[in-house]
Ligand binder design. Structure first.
Ligand code: PMP
Length: 397
């Protein structure tokens, strides 16, 4: 049968690491692998009430019914208000609800990339973005933030294809935990202007800042320059996954109308709309407890980040370096040259039952063998201290 598959199918491969990590649900393993929220933080009671309320109203006539592709209007209004608070002046018609921000990444690949076009991405970058874009048969080129690669160089490397967009997560990126400063964001806007390409701003972790000064989103900076969302080339992707619940699959896009209109057509063709009842419940919970819930999430993850940084300081051998993120869920380790993160994972699993993700998978060119990603979001402080001590022992050995 496989000879019938389209050429794009050959580019979609199960990652060996993901397959390995599936086996981790065993007792005794300390996992810093999955970048997943701690379920203890889910506002379960609030969701329970919200679902009951949605079903109770008119016997669920709205909640269980088809709805519009753009998304549930009260939720789009709430999101527009939330965006305005972080400097992005927009209204509900500038918002499209997606099934997680992952769906937005897929649609954006579909919207912009013809085979052979170039997508500029970080080296490393979010694995799920690479997977989503990859299906549209692009060429990946390395986005050098603050680096010296100019538009001409990117254009020359693109060959007969076109540089269509740059993708990045400017706050507490997955996998590095790093944040792009204001100057870096301005430089990216300059680059996008020069290249006449779009900028995809992935704000999945935007709300999860534990210290330091908030930096305006790239779209907010572009709006400061242009004064009109309709003139902006930045496409902002947001998500409730890291703040309220990943399982409900509710995310959003804010962008200029022609982009939103095209994405609405894609959504119509792909899944008609995101689950009506989930959008209603997320709206209800966001409205009643987003502002009180976020400080709890920040306090919990912030303490875990501190615990992981302290344990790394204590247990890592000389020659190992790591990032010090101001938010998000990840710390990125660079091991001495010649080290192999995948081999280290095999050894750590076998000898001390500690898991993490080797960094190579986040690099489109397969580089980064000596890097690993640690997630601190789903383990308490004592477990983090124990797991890092064990990992240190393996690295010392
Ligand atoms: N962007 C980044 C950077 C992520 O880490 C993730 C999830 N791990 C997503 C997008 C997708 O999240 P969701 O589809 O749940 O919104």
């Amino acid at each position: 049968m496989h000879q019938l598959f389209a050429t794009r199918a050959a580019r979609m491969k199960a990652s060996e690491i993901r397959e390995l990590l599936k086996l981790l649900d065993q007792p005794g393993i300390i996992s810093f692998a999955g970048g997943i929220p701690d379920p203890a933080l889910f506002p379960t009671e609030a969701f329970s009430q919200a679902f009951q309320q949605a079903l109770g109203a008119g016997g669920g006539a709205q909640a269980l019914q088809y709805s519009v592709s753009e998304g549930y209007m009260p939720l789009r209004e709430w999101i527009a208000g939330h965006m305005r608070k972080i400097g992005i002046d927009c209204g509900p018609d500038d918002v499209l609800i997606t099934s997680g921000s992952q769906q937005a990444l897929d649609y954006l690949g579909k919207l912009f990339l013809s085979p052979g076009d170039t997508a500029l991405v970080g080296w490393p970058t979010y694995l799920g973005a690479l997977a989503a874009f990859n299906a549209y048969e692009p060429r990946f080129d390395r986005l050098r933030e603050g680096g010296n690669a100019g538009a001409a160089q990117y254009r020359a490397a693109a060959g007969p294809g076109t540089v269509k967009y740059a993708y990045l997560s400017p706050d507490f990126a997955n996998p590095t935990g790093e944040t792009v400063d204001r100057q870096g964001r301005e430089a990216l806007l300059d680059l996008a202007e020069e290249l006449d390409c779009a900028l995809i701003e992935d704000g999945a972790y935007q709300a999860l800042r534990y210290d330091g000064q908030a930096i305006p989103p790239i779209l907010a900076l572009e709006l400061e320059r242009k004064g009109d969302l309709q003139a902006c080339r930045t496409i902002y992707c947001g998500s409730f996954s890291k703040t309220l619940s990943p399982g409900l699959r509710v995310g959003w896009v804010v962008a200029a109308r022609p982009v939103i209109a095209q994405l609405v057509l894609m959504k119509q063709a792909a899944d008609l709309h995101s689950a009506t009842i989930n959008q209603m419940a997320v709206h209800q919970v966001a409205q009643t407890c987003f502002d009180s819930h976020i400080p709890k999430v920040r306090a919990t993850y912030g303490a875990r980040r501190d615990a992981m940084l302290a344990a790394l300081d204590r247990h890592m051998p000389e020659g190992v370096q790591w990032t010090r993120p101001e938010g998000g869920m990840f710390i990125w380790l660079t091991l001495p040259p010649g080290s192999d993160g995948a081999q280290l994972l095999a050894r750590a699993l076998e000898t001390v039952k500690v898991a993490f993700v080797p960094g190579q998978a986040f690099h489109p060119d397969g580089s980064g063998a000596n890097t690993i990603r640690l997630s601190f979001s789903n383990s308490d402080e004592a477990t983090i201290a124990e797991g890092i001590a064990r990992l240190g022992a393996v690295l010392h050995g």
